[in-house]
Design a protein around this ligand. Structure first.
Ligand SMILES: *Cc1c(COP(=O)(O)O)cnc(C)c1O
Length: 378
């Protein structure tokens, strides 16, 4: 049996809906993008949402709009996809890596305060793998020190922190719509915004800071000569992507429920497999299960060997979340982060997506159990 690692959930009607959009003649950012933004904001409990080309550009723009620039420092976890740090660098600022809570794999609020300097401008918590970071102490710390907060919510659409939706907590939360995330537009990002003035500025910054949108100009009764009060970028989503996004939003609850059901099945099965720990589930959060990462503890086989053996059995896995500070790209930071280094080395992700069948999942569990038993016996 060959099990896929991950697949976007598509019902088959999406192509026809995108074709309808194409038939309108409006294919770049227009009415469908606006519709998608409104529906997205409503789903994540935000006042508004601004679409972008991907989550990395969303993070870059969110930091920029809050004033992050050259000479500034932004405190981020190293245990994250490299895009988290790259978005800081793209603004000419420096990422400063904080260690994570070894149970949640999210930035440790206690590790943040000692890293604050006169240059610190913002904190960027990541809701890793769809599990919200412990936001109350982070927001309190930011307020006390006058720091901005941008949430990297790439994996966390639909997640909740103490009953509050991710997207409603802080000023700006950035979501990814890449196929490896919970819902997708192929490529795409979204900034959940809770301040109307910031939303308006983000809308201009993502289209060269032009003071009039294509949509507004198209509907105008008079000639419009646009102007450019500041410098900006082209981070526009297309109406074709937004149409796919609207289809995906309609399926979000099903996708979430299905991922949770499969995660619960894994967790139940792991109770019978020694040396492999399921993800920690803190009571403050309702996560989205973007990925299912298990931890190898005493007696487990070597992680990379186990991944290779599983792959030969038709079970692809992925290493745990990377540690950005261990990559050559960020080696100059010379950070030492014991929890991060331990987690990145001893975790791996099992196949998890809406559409994974119980038979496929049983095969994953059975092969995992067999290889662990062989290692324990050896
Ligand atoms: C995927 C991911 C990103 C980048 O998202 P893109 O849409 O691919 O730019 C950023 N941060 C985290 C934590 C991610 O998992």
């Amino acid at each position: 049996m060959q099990v896929p690692f991950s697949k976007p959930f598509l019902r088959g009607h999406e192509g026809a809906r995108v074709a309808e959009t194409i038939a309108t003649g409006w294919v770049s950012q227009g009415p469908r993008v606006r519709e998608f933004e409104t529906a997205f904001a409503e789903r994540v409990g935000a006042l508004d949402a601004v679409a972008t080309t991907n989550c990395t550009t969303a993070l870059q723009l969110a930091l920029y709009v809050l004033g992050v620039g050259p000479g500034d420092e932004v405190i981020v976890p190293s245990l994250s996809f490299i895009a988290t740090a790259n978005s800081v660098w793209q603004n000419g600022a420096t990422p400063v890596f904080a260690d994570v809570d070894p149970r949640t794999y999210n930035i440790d609020p206690q590790a943040i305060e000692p890293l604050i300097t006169s240059r610190t401008k913002a904190i960027m918590p990541v809701h890793q793998l769809g599990l919200p970071a412990d936001m109350d102490p982070i927001l309190a710390l930011a307020e006390r020190h006058g720091l901005a907060v941008v949430e990297d919510a790439a994996c966390a659409i639909g997640a909740e922190y103490r009953g509050r939706r991710i997207g409603s907590l802080g000023p700006l939360a950035c979501f990814s719509l890449h196929p490896r995330k919970v819902i997708t537009t192929g490529e795409g990002g979204m900034i959940a915004v809770n301040d109307p003035a910031i939303a308006a500025r983000l809308r201009t910054l993502r289209q060269h800071a032009m003071d009039v949108s294509d949509l507004a100009r198209h509907g105008a009764k008079d000639v419009i000569i646009e102007s450019y009060p500041e410098r900006g970028w082209n981070h526009r989503m297309t109406d074709m992507q937004a149409t796919l996004g609207l289809c995906q939003l309609e399926d979000l609850e099903f996708i979430r429920d299905e991922r949770r059901r499969l995660a619960d099945r894994y967790t139940a099965a792991l109770a019978g497999i020694p040396s492999i720990e399921p993800p920690f589930d803190p009571d403050y959060a309702d996560r989205t299960w973007q990925s299912y990462a298990v931890r190898l503890v005493d007696g487990a086989p070597d992680r990379d060997t186990l991944m290779r053996l599983l792959l030969q059995d038709g079970v692809p896995t992925r290493r745990g979340v990377m540690a950005i500070h261990e990559e050559a790209a960020y080696a100059d930071t010379q950070a030492v982060l014991p929890a991060t280094e331990d987690v990145t080395r001893n975790t791996l992700m099992l196949p998890l997506f809406a559409g994974l069948t119980d038979a496929e999942q049983d095969h994953v569990i059975e092969r995992l159990a067999a290889h662990v038993a062989a290692a324990v016996a050896a």
